[in-house]
Design a protein around this ligand. Structure first.
Ligand SMILES: Nc1ncnc2c1ncn2[C@@H]1O[C@H](COP(=O)(O)OP(=O)(O)OP(=O)(O)O)[C@@H](O)[C@H]1O
Ligand SMILES: [Mg+2]
Length: 448
């Protein structure tokens, strides 16, 4: 049952509000003295507080300030018989959730209370998640994220291999790091390999190391990632991009618990826990014979799928607030907040680049919009290509050639953003050579 506190010097008002809210199954306390009210707040945990502005001993705005200083997760609705616009503006400016005039309208009260309580719940969940997990941890209020956090906690302590799947920017790396951080291997560094970033001919030496002179260019002996990750965790990122040849070697290393450096004769024992991740549809990769089924089963002991952001839009509020706070603090900017229109807009977007795209947009907003309260209008102009504006591309007097070029530019820009400006990956998605992509970027003046 949700708890509400009413602070108003007129007992009749307190009682009438209590009656309305009791009937709607809220648990209601009231106080006719602000000081007593403040004490109650310290002791209890109220999901919303209704606070009168005109009280004899202490002005409601001063009480508001005192409650805010307590930094407790709640939301405050100001009430006043003197329903001046000035009061309403002042209340919201000072951070009150809402303003209701007396005599109190029942429906208005219930709606406002419901919204305030919902917001407090988000706030509490966010705090709880923050308390549980430190900086760089996984935030979200969706069932999917909660389940992921639960799975991480459960699996981290074991030695089980984890395969993380999900689109670009969904937070796979974050999940991998959280598993390692909560494991018994946490005192050792997590060793990461991005399998997509390493050319095929070098991946073996990257993973297993090589002996001096084992191939042209092997000037010195090199210790590979498997050896570096001994007694720790090895994160094989983008495993879906690993060549079949390298997959065979990784499989052998997993089965034997031993590796061999390229050009070496000795088997070296390694005790490595493997976490892997991919944004590819790995089952399809197996069907297409690009990924070994036996290796898949070895890696996929505990599967963790991170759904795309558009399938868990509840997370957008917590994430955007978190990024805003973090980025403002990092850059020494005053904190900003998104108004309702802005939040609605953020929730309506498709987020093909997922959480990373959201983070980048929040950063862009903070840098480009010199305001502290951000509305949808401020954001609209900053969503450049993700929602390609066909009218703008078409123009009025555009020739067909101009249209094609503008569309191509917008498309390339969108793909670059979706792939975090990773040129190789974007070229892959577009089905063109990297050099070709560079050429296009130059032609269209595209820069990060
Ligand atoms: N649930 C989350 N809570 C907080 N931050 C998140 C969350 N999910 C993702 N992020 C942030 O979003 C960005 C992208 O996340 P990450 O690099 O883990 O994604 P990824 O799935 O590995 O992407 P890619 O497939 O492109 O490698 C990072 O800055 C990360 O910290
Ligand atoms: Mg990643």
């Amino acid at each position: 049952m949700k708890s509400i506190l009413v602070i108003d010097d007129e007992i009749e008002i307190c009682e009438s509000i209590k009656m309305i809210l009791d009937y709607a199954h809220y648990n209601v306390d009231f106080s006719t003295s602000p000081d007593e009210g403040l004490e109650k707040i310290l002791e209890g945990s109220y999901d919303a507080i209704l606070l009168d502005i005109q009280m004899p001993s202490l002005n409601g705005f001063e009480v508001l300030k005192k409650i805010q200083d307590m930094e407790i997760p709640t939301n405050i609705i100001m009430i006043s018989a003197h329903s001046s616009l000035e009061n309403a503006v002042k209340a919201t400016k000072l951070g009150a959730f809402d303003f209701i005039e007396k005599p109190i309208d029942r429906d208005k009260l219930l709606i406002s209370i419901r919204n305030a309580v919902e917001k407090t719940l988000l706030l509490k969940e966010n705090r709880k998640l923050k308390d549980n997990l430190e900086e760089g941890d996984i935030l979200g209020s969706s069932v999917a994220i909660k389940n992921i956090i639960e799975t991480i906690k459960r699996v981290a302590k074991t030695e089980a291999r984890v395969l993380i799947t999900g689109e670009n920017g969904t937070g796979k790396e974050l999940v991998a790091k959280a598993v390692h951080k909560n494991s018994s291997r946490a005192s050792k560094e997590l060793i990461e390999v991005n399998c997509a970033a390493i050319p095929n001919e070098l991946i073996e030496s990257e993973l297993f190391g090589h002996e001096k002179g084992s191939f042209t260019g092997a000037v010195n002996k090199r210790i590979g990632k498997f050896e570096q990750a001994n007694n720790s965790t090895l994160f094989l990122d983008e495993i879906g991009d690993m060549s079949l040849q390298a997959q065979a070697k990784v499989l052998r290393a997993i089965e034997d618990g031993k590796i061999e450096r390229v050009g070496g004769n000795n088997k070296i024992n390694v005790d490595v826990r493997i976490i892997s991740a991919t944004n590819k549809d790995i089952i399809n990769e197996i069907k297409e014979h690009r990924f070994r089924e036996d290796l898949f089963h070895r890696l996929n002991v505990i599967p963790i799928h991170v759904p795309p952001l558009r399938e868990r839009k509840e997370d957008i509020e917590i994430l955007s607030k978190h990024f805003a706070e973090f980025i403002c603090r990092k850059n020494g900017f005053p904190p900003i907040n998104f108004d309702n229109s802005a939040m609605e807009l953020l929730k309506s977007l498709q987020w093909t680049g997922n959480v990373r795209e959201l983070r980048n947009l929040v950063e862009r907003i903070i840098i480009m919009v010199p305001k502290q309260s951000i509305s949808a209008k401020d954001i609209n102009s900053l969503i450049p290509s993700s929602d390609i504006n066909i009218d703008e591309i078409m123009g009025v007097n555009n020739s067909f050639q101009e249209f094609k070029e503008k569309a191509e530019r917008a498309f390339i820009l969108k793909q670059l953003e979706s792939n975090s400006w990773n040129i190789s990956r974007t070229a892959d998605v577009l089905g063109i050579q990297r050099s070709h992509l560079y050429g296009k970027m130059k032609k269209y003046n595209i820069e990060k």
